[in-house]
Design a protein around this ligand. Sequence first.
Ligand code: HAH
Length: 331
Amino acid sequence: MSQSLPSLREVFANDFRIGAAVNPVTIESQKQLLISHVNSLTAENHMKFEHLQLEEGRFTFDIADRIVDFARSHHMAVRGHTLVWHNQTPDWVFQDGQGHFISRDVLLERMKSHISAVVRRYKGKVYCWDVVNEAVADEGSEWLRSSKWRQIIGDDFIEQAFLCAHEADPDALLFYNDYNECFPKKREKIYTLVKSLRDKGIPIHGIGMQAHWSLTRPSLDEIRAAIERYASLDVVLHITELDVSMFEFHDHRKDLAAPTNEMIERQAERYEQIFTLFKEYRDVIESVTFWGMADDYTWLDYFPVQGRKNWPFLFDEQHEPKSAFWRVASI
Ligand code: HAH
């Protein structure tokens, strides 16, 4: 079975790392696929703020440690995800005992103590961090998202986070990570943010393109334009959360028990085009991580439509290679 398949990690050995997001369930249930195909892991959830420090000062590293140990025992690199984000961060971080917003100085102190504790713990084990996730606004003319981090600290929460992560581990590669990263308006906002950080001499080494894509969007031209635009900042690029949804974002149909043959074929073609493009940019793209491994588990079963099955990967629900796998493996 999967043992006689080409290994994705080996197919792209001269191009970029191949990674997958995992959780404590999938490092068991998808163990064979992971061992055969990837040389990089990301914790899907278990390095996020709410998992590492749900209560102030009480750090819980056990599950993150287990994921790091699994990676190390199989010679896989680890990407750290994520230090500062508006989601999956407990309320206490922003509040005092009465539930009121704390001051800028107190929040900066809490941010720094979290980043220092986490980055130091995994120094030498986690080689890069998504330091700030999704700080740019999606819609309209607003540049930065009005998160609690920004409301309380101000726009410089971003540079403060990078400075602190760099101090905690000067060897770690530091990334800004975001989604809808290929749509021209948001792409320019992300570009402007990272350019301003670079111009100020803030230690930021890369841009994480999440790559939560569908069968048609973004277009290949948009993906290419985004890669070129970001690479012009003299940073490395990681594809951090790749999946190819069978549904367009605004398509909320719930009637499919299985993907149609046509969908499976379109997805295969799409994956072939995407990886062909990635390979063309192998000088700037250093890592390609899927946000999962096989169709038996994906966050897209819960988002944007709760409880609707999706099939976004190269392996099916039984861990068998899909048509998309063969297209990618033969590039
Ligand atoms: C990502 N947000 C997060 O970075 C990751 O940590 C999480 O597990 C899943 C997805 C993506 C996202 C999106 O595509 C659309 C709206 C909000 C967030």
